[in-house]
Design a protein around this ligand. Structure first.
Ligand code: NAD
Length: 268
């Protein structure tokens, strides 16, 4: 097990060239699950580049080590955690808050796929994906909400998928987990609004990451053909949208499922 590490850098909230309403609150931290790869890594890097303090919870110890070793400006705290373990998530969120100070937000990016048509899908394939993608999101959201509620403000952004809106061939486990994330987000938005906490989901289409690299080029080409723009997304496209939903100026956006997919879900 790699223990928690904190890499010091410039103080959190270092002023950037952004207008004041778009600045993240200084001296508050953001937790990113699955922040060691793909979309989560892009989110982490963008937030760090703006001087935010970021706690990255991920199970990939090697990738966490590489991240902690970078000279990225800002402050990054890394912890090796399996998000499917509720107790581990609870203590990781506690530790992150102790290391970095009060929380401003949570971004849940940890996710896996185990594709098979449903006639061939084992109980284990089903459970593994639902445990990480849906239960893992719930555990992190609940832990963060306990802390944000006392502060009477905060932001939660969960990465769902367009597959959670329209299903996906060979992805019963994944589609159900992402549809569950959407239901969780809409419920959390209702329950947490009174505490000044916004809760939103982003539903990406195909994004070029290590997860999708495993599918090869055929899927990417098929997804481009579905998009009115003829393109697929990069992790930075999703990161910029996460960043917007974390901003103070997004204070009245809650319970939204925002597709960031180049129109893939509506079709070309
Ligand atoms: N890439 C896409 O096309 C796409 C599209 C829609 C939604 N998404 C979603 O975006 C999120 C990020 O996906 P990505 O494409 O960046 O994948 P990725 O594989 O590059 O990154 C996923 C990260 O989650 C971590 N992770 C996995 N299981 C974990 C666990 N049990 N505990 C802690 N960390 C764990 C991995 O170690 C990895 O760092 C996922 O939720 C995925 O379902 C991806």
């Amino acid at each position: 097990m790699v223990g928690p590490t904190t890499t010091p850098g410039p103080a959190a909230g270092t002023p950037s060239s952004r207008p004041p309403s778009y600045q993240l609150p200084p001296n508050k931290a953001i937790i990113v699950t699955g922040g060691a790869s793909g979309i989560g890594l892009a989110v982490t890097q963008l937030l760090l580049s703006e001087g935010a303090s970021v706690a990255v919870l991920d199970r990939d110890e090697a990738a966490l080590g590489r991240l902690a070793a970078t000279q990225t400006p800002g402050r990054v705290h890394t912890q090796s955690v399996n998000v499917a373990d509720p107790k581990a998530v609870e203590s990781a969120v506690d530790r992150a808050a102790k290391e970095l100070g009060p929380l401003w937000g949570l971004v849940t990016c940890a996710g896996i796929v185990r594709d098979k048509t449903l006639l061939k899908m084992s109980d284990e394939d089903w459970r593994a994906v639902v445990d990480v993608n849906l239960s893992g999101t719930f555990y992190a959201l609940r832990s963060a909400a306990h802390r944000l509620k006392d502060q009477k403000e905060g932001r939660i952004v969960a990465i769902a998928s367009i597959v959670g809106l329209r299903g996906g061939f060979g992805q019963a486990n994944y589609a159900a987990s992402k549809a569950g994330v959407i239901g969780l987000v809409e419920t959390a938005a209702r329950e947490l609004g009174r505490f000044g906490i916004t809760v939103n989901a982003i539903a990406p289409g195909f994004v070029r990451t290590p997860m999708t690299a495993a599918y090869g080029e055929t899927l990417e080409e098929a997804c481009k053909a579905e998009s009115p723009m003829g393109t697929v997304c990069e992790p930075s496209d999703i990161a910029r949208t996460v960043r917007y939903l974390l901003a103070p100026e997004a204070s009245h956006i809650t319970g939204v499922v925002l597709r960031v997919d180049g129109g893939q879900a509506i079709g070309a």
